[in-house]
Design a protein around this ligand. Structure first.
Ligand code: SAM
Length: 234
């Protein structure tokens, strides 16, 4: 049976590019997102009582990857990008129906100029991601601490980071304009966003857009060194 579904919300996220988004939710608690309710779902009745819970499930589409389709096997970055696994044995974004599932912390609900929203933290969703359902996380049933985690039993070890003396002022400026930016940058870089099969050190400068800033860093002596934070707003 085919069913037709439409987004109930759009996710507003600090992640403007797929690169550097953590591989799972809650690895970067400073990543705060807003789920803006859409159309007939832009109605506070739909989230009445939600604040009794502190964690939510989001069911969403990997909308940026849908056009590329899917394959029965994929190469998880956690395995270095060389070993093939069945798509159902992974959390790959290229999958039948292109649906993602994330458990995130609820911060609160609100309304701004008629736009009802649910604010969450620890998201791993790209800005503009369509969200198809929102459900409360039920600990007695959903928390399974003894479950076997396969090749993803533990989160990846965090990587050290530092802010170079030259980038201190730019980081302070970004923090003033966008409170929480420093924590976000620190936690994103601790995830070591480089692809699993390309872990090179040296002069190469990596960059990613977070909020309205381009965060730039190099990998030096086993740590991520922020070399600049450039405002993309003119
Ligand atoms: N927690 C979800 C799950 O298990 O279904 C997502 C896991 S998936 C491995 C996380 C990756 O999805 C992120 O690193 C990011 O690159 C990618 N991603 C997030 N939002 C996306 C979107 N709207 N379209 C395509 N890729 C997206």
């Amino acid at each position: 049976m085919k069913i037709e579904i439409e987004p109930v919300a759009l996710c507003r996220s600090p992640y403007k590019q797929k690169f550097a988004i953590p591989r799972q939710p809650r690895l970067v608690p400073a990543a705060i997102g807003r789920l803006e309710l859409q159309g007939e779902y832009n109605n506070p009745d739909l989230y009445r009582g939600l604040e009794q819970f502190d964690t939510l499930w989001l069911i969403f589409a990997f909308h940026e990857n849908l056009a590329q389709g899917w394959k029965p096997t994929v190469r998880p970055p956690r395995l270095g990008g060389n070993t093939r696994m069945g798509v159902f044995a992974t959390r790959a974004t290229f999958r039948p129906n292109g649906l993602g599932l994330s458990a995130v912390k609820l911060r609160g609900v609100g309304c701004d100029k008629g736009q009802h929203y649910i604010e969450v933290e620890g998201i791993d969703l790209l800005d503009g991601t369509p969200v198809y359902d929102i459900k409360p996380y039920i600990p007695y049933s959903d928390a399974l601490p003894d479950a076997a985690g396969g090749f993803a039993q533990e989160p990846p070890p965090p990587m050290a980071m530092a802010i170079s003396p030259e980038a201190q002022d730019a980081m302070a400026y970004a923090e003033r304009l966008c409170p929480g930016f420093r924590a976000l940058a620190t936690q994103v870089l601790a995830q070591d966003p480089r692809p699993g099969y390309k872990k090179e050190e040296g002069e190469r400068v990596y960059g990613v857009q977070l909020h309205q800033f381009d965060l730039r860093w190099q990998v030096k002596e086993g740590r991520n060194l922020v070399v600049d934070v450039v405002s993309l707003e003119t």
